[in-house]
Design a protein around this ligand. Structure first.
Ligand SMILES: [Fe+2]
Ligand SMILES: [Fe+2]
Length: 227
């Protein structure tokens, strides 16, 4: 069975407008990881999970997935988090695209709750988005994607390992909300957490060479010159 967007866009023409707006925002930002490709993967997963769940409101779910990471396009994300920044930005965009108050509130909740931090997912659509986004980190592929995240945030491997280990542990504690997501995960989230701590252990105990900086090679480092 193919999971495509055509029929949903036919039933709700606003979906196409959100799709084009979202694609334009992510493409302009051009991030290594939090880009439109990542959104499409989440969308694909959300449609698979939705089919298994039954009574899903796709006019809420699809815009929520499309807009869930637009918070990264607003500098305020560094202070309030990209979930909250994204929800506020989405509220303004959706109003401009002709969405009513009830739909905006429902979509905003999904975006705000997609990390399970600012809010916990209360509605079925919010739970599906949360699960679809956690599945992005469940699998060995995540170790490759993690390299993109390091580049995107301009951070150290140590920063990444600390944050992602904490996030994976919290996600495992929360668990998946939907049956299909649990099935797709198949224990991979737990495996990723184990691998992250294996990497941490290796760097700390056996291979500190991966963490050295210029200071480790000099007693008196040479001055930087402009040429
Ligand atoms: Fe996100
Ligand atoms: Fe995401």
């Amino acid at each position: 069975m193919r999971h495509t967007l055509d029929e949903y866009a036919r039933n709700d023409p606003k979906i196409l407008r959100v799709y084009s707006t979202a694609r334009r925002i992510y493409d302009k930002e051009n991030r290594y990881h939090h880009n439109f490709d990542q959104v499409l993967r989440d969308l694909y997963r959300a449609l698979i999970i939705g089919t298994d769940e039954g009574s899903v409101d796709y006019s809420i779910l699809i815009p929520s997935v499309l807009l869930h990471d637009i918070g990264f396009s607003d500098p305020s994300f560094e202070h309030v988090g990209h979930d909250v920044a994204g929800a506020l930005l989405a509220e303004r965009l959706l109003a401009d695209l002709g969405y009513g108050k009830t739909a905006i509130k429902a979509i905003s909740h999904c975006i705000r709750a997609h990390k399970g931090k600012a809010e916990s997912p209360e509605t079925l659509e919010a739970k599906i988005l949360y699960d679809a986004d956690v599945l992005e980190k469940s699998g060995l592929v995540f170790l490759i994607l993690a390299g993109k995240i390091v580049c995107e945030f301009g951070e150290t491997i140590d920063d990444l390992l600390k944050r992602e280990s904490t996030d994976r542990a919290n996600e495992l504690k929360t668990g998946f909300y939907t049956r299909k997501a649990k099935e797709l995960d198949g224990g991979r989230l737990k495996q990723v957490l184990a691998l992250l701590s294996q990497i941490k252990h290796e760097i700390k105990n056996d291979r500190p060479d991966f963490e050295i900086s210029e200071q480790d090679l000099w007693i008196e480092p040479p001055q930087k010159t402009s040429v």
